[in-house]
Design a protein around this ligand. Sequence first.
Ligand code: HEC
Ligand code: HEC
Ligand code: HEC
Length: 430
Amino acid sequence: MTLRRRLLFAAIVLLPLVLLAAGWIGLMFLQQGGAAPFRVPAGIARAVSTDAASVERGRRLAQIGNCGGCHTARGGKAYAGGRGFATPYGTIHSSNLTPDVQHGIGAWSLAEFRHAMRHGVSRNGVQAPVFPYANFALLDDAELDALFAFLATLPPEAQAPTADRLEFPASLPGAMTAWRLLYYRPASPRTATTAVPELQRGAALVNGIGHCALCHGARGRFSSLAVGARLDGGRVSGWYAPALNTLTLARYPPGALAQYLRGASVDGHGAYGKMADVIAQNLQHLDAADADAMEAYLRTLAPAPPSRRDTAAWDIPAEQRALGDRLYTKHCADCHGEDGRGEAGKYPSLQASSAITGPDPINAIKLTLFGAVAPATPLNPQPWTMPPFAQTLSAAEVAALVSTLRARWGQDARPVSAADVDAWGGIDER
Ligand code: HEC
Ligand code: HEC
Ligand code: HEC
């Protein structure tokens, strides 16, 4: 082939590929919102509402949305940022939300704040999705203005941001922008899919300020959330946040789910793990009408269609099963009953527990090792306690116990091994 022919051949073969790639990138660019998210409003004067009703509304929203929890380092100044979040791509630190002009958001305009909350992009660049802006994008202008007004009342803290420790490839320049392009798909704005005001209110609380999907949403590649705010269950910081739908919530009698969210124990079943923090810090402050609206909405969610079901039939070796049965009678049956039905008002049923019947055994392992106590709240001032067994039982014993209980009352699931207990039973966050 002559040089000319070679070039011609290359052009014929390569050009369509290049065009295809460009088209693909263009499509993704459009799907994440086009250029608008990257145009951070600049040069607008800062004006903050001091209207008392707006400030109070912002304070309530911040309480339910856990702004303070995530933006306060352990033992640090409130809202001054610096709390570290271990993610699969490194440690991300929250930012300073106090009105400090240099390190906080004291120089931001309302427009910039709204933009950051809607798109996750600010003068400091594209933000990591630990910041649940996909949910906060559903807040309306009045709610965002109220949050801004509340944040402006905080004492300014001159605390410099803590540097993130990102792992390859998240450490590459532009990685967050690339992530956004590949995985961020904004939910459609708060369109009324229902005419029932209570369900609209519940949907707004669950999918917006409550950002339940941050933990209860299934995750895909690179920590991307499944498209749409589906609550199909997922792992977060070493716990499993169960799917929330008509099937998984069937254990709650009418009205009981709202009570649970506000910190009550439902026949001995209270929150534990990460959900205990969410209730202690945020949801116990819900007013009754809002909690009822959340319950009403959650009860409309259909379970995900069964995916490729694990059809293998699992057998627990008879020896392991006998050990599990013995350990249950010895250590657990006093409280949870030999039949696993618990004791009304005191100890929860294990037959109904998502830790036993759910698809992921990690909560049962954690509960057995470290015990549990629901948060003390006005609706449950003196919670009953479950003792820890990390000192009493070996990893192999915990594995036998958990596998046996899941086989007894749960589903046909892969038995848990001692190695699983060692790998998943740590107290480390992740
Ligand atoms: C689950 C934890 C979490 C919650 C809840 C959360 N944030 Fe954040 N937020 C973060 C993290 C982490 C960052 C920093 C992300 C980064 O650096 O890429 C952040 C960033 C931000 C930013 C961007 C700051 C900047 O400099 O660009 C704003 C604004 C913000 N959060 C406001 C809020 C408000 C208001 C709330 C409550 C309604 C809230 N956040 C709730 C974790 C959280
Ligand atoms: C002294 C009483 C006591 C003993 C003994 C005990 N538990 Fe518990 N257990 C509790 C209490 C109380 C709770 C509720 C904790 C909460 O609400 O956060 C609980 C919760 C649980 C849950 C979660 C149930 C739910 O509501 O979803 C599981 C699973 C569990 N225990 C397993 C065990 C196993 C396995 C053993 C034996 C190794 C055991 N427990 C021994 C008191 C006990
Ligand atoms: C920080 C992570 C996190 C957030 C945010 C979160 N959850 Fe959870 N949630 C969990 C974990 C982990 C569990 C499992 C432990 C438990 O059942 O107490 C759980 C359990 C639950 C349960 C009990 C499920 C069962 O099987 O009985 C309900 C109901 C629930 N969450 C509702 C919500 C709602 C509604 C929101 C949003 C307003 C929310 N959660 C936000 C982590 C979270």
